[in-house]
Write a protein that binds this ligand. Structure first.
Ligand code: MN
Length: 442
């Protein structure tokens, strides 16, 4: 049994009383005769490893049967797109005992639906099945079962993330060596993406963020057009994926290779926060508590810089620290860069009014990011309502002197283990001396 078969068995065990039908991704047209680059749907990739479009998966738990449906390929298709595996070839290639063509789906469903009272089909699959399925559908239960199943990564999945992280990490090191004043952000992006492609990783996990100076204060900065300037920091948040499995890595380093005093002060707080939160990321610990820990350490640090004032606990509770750190510490990582959060059963109470994507107790096998940051965002620091609310907690006059600074984020990918601290899958310099050394290699 290959690892994908085991995962399909796992899903069938969770949904033993219905027929499960999943759709693969389809080409999305961009304009005449040109489609967007195809990337398989994550659920489908998870259960099959099949990277071709227009497929379907049927699980019949009572007859213990798993069927892959492929589009029937005609000669026209072969002329334009070359060889595509036929059903017989696909059996061996993907480890399915039964492979059929999608035009045989109605016939297969009519044979399989006897004895079932419900179906678990995603929306596109239910539509594709049409009248042949004729069972009440429970798509929410399917979604939840997949979320539950995908949360803990198997060793084979961890290996994929490790490789994505290794290659992306090498690319990040290259950037530190290559960056210098006068280059444009997109030239740094080009070096990152060329390295990943050269290593055979054809998809990025998400659009690369290459943000120099004040641009780093835009959390999902996309323009990547500006010129790198002497004396600025460069924030790069970029990762490739290996067979769908994402890396998500951020480093922030000086364009000229030397941190200034002010950059060093802010950077040290973020680094200290990240290291302490990584050490605390152990099985059984709540992701909400980790986020509170990160806010607490950042609040202490900002107090030492004279940007915040008052009791640390109060600064965390009243949200003052969030003017400088307005995002979550962690999210799950897997086939989606912001991966499924583990299903309904795993959700724990979140006493904070902060909307966090991932609210659960850590379990062995979770792969998560650790990405604290400090930013100087004009939209927050100049907001009249926020200024009124936090005038006792935030030194706004001082904060405004940082509006040219941008921000610092440091992000690693970690694997939660049964005991002790997690395994850090990211190997890119982050200590100040090591970052400066990596920048000198250019
Ligand atoms: Mn991230």
């Amino acid at each position: 049994m290959n690892s994908y078969q085991a995962l399909r068995e796992g899903l069938a065990r969770r949904l033993p009383d219905g027929l499960t039908l999943l759709s693969g991704g389809r080409y999305v047209p961009r304009n005449h005769d040109v489609d967007y680059v195809f990337r398989q749907k994550s659920d489908f990739l998870y259960l099959t490893g099949v990277e071709e479009p227009d497929c379907l998966l049927l699980l019949d738990p009572v007859r213990r049967r798993q069927t892959l449906f492929l589009p029937r390929i005609d000669n026209h298709h072969r002329v334009w797109l070359g060889h595509v595996p036929d059903a017989r070839e696909a059996r061996g290639l993907y480890g399915f005992s039964r492979v059929m063509y999608t035009d045989q789906l109605p016939q297969a469903l009519r044979q399989a639906r006897g004895g079932y009272r419900k179906a678990y089909a995603d929306e596109a699959a239910y539509k594709a099945a049409g009248a042949a399925l004729r069972l009440p559908n429970r798509p929410a239960a399917l979604r939840d079962a997949l979320d539950e199943l995908r949360a803990c990564k198997t060793p084979a999945e961890v290996e994929r993330i490790q490789r994505a992280s290794l290659v992306s990490g090498q690319a990040h090191r290259r950037l530190m060596a290559a960056a210098r004043a006068g280059l444009r952000e997109y030239q740094i992006q080009a070096i990152f993406e060329a390295h990943c492609l050269d290593a055979g990783l054809k998809h990025l996990a998400y659009p690369s963020i290459v943000a120099a100076g004040a641009n780093a204060a835009v959390l999902h900065y996309q323009a990547n057009n500006a010129e790198l300037k002497d004396g600025e920091l460069l924030l790069v948040d970029a990762g490739a994926e290996d067979k769908g499995y994402a890396a998500d890595i951020t480093r922030t380093f000086p364009v000229n290779g030397r941190f200034s005093r002010r950059q060093r002060d802010v950077y040290s707080i973020v680094l200290e926060t990240q290291k302490r939160c990584i050490d605390a990321a152990r099985a059984g610990v709540s992701s909400v508590d980790l986020h509170i820990l990160s806010m607490t350490i950042i609040a202490e640090g900002l107090k030492s810089l004279g940007l915040l004032q008052g009791e640390t606990e109060g600064l965390v509770e009243n949200g003052a620290v969030r003017l400088f750190y307005p995002h979550g510490l962690t999210h799950m990582l897997g086939l989606d860069v912001h991966d499924v959060a583990g299903g309904k059963k795993r959700v724990i109470p979140n006493p904070f009014k902060i909307a966090l994507r991932f609210v659960a107790k850590l379990e062995p096998g979770f792969v998560i990011t650790m990405e604290p940051g400090i930013y100087f965002i004009a939209a927050l620091l100049k907001d009249p309502k926020l200024r009124r609310k936090h005038r006792g907690s935030v030194n706004f006059a001082k904060a405004e002197t940082f509006l040219d600074f941008g921000g610092v984020r440091i992000e690693d990918d970690i694997l939660v283990r049964p005991h002790g601290p997690p395994l850090d899958l990211t190997d890119v310099p982050k200590e100040i001396a090591d970052v400066e050394a990596a920048c000198r290699r250019g």
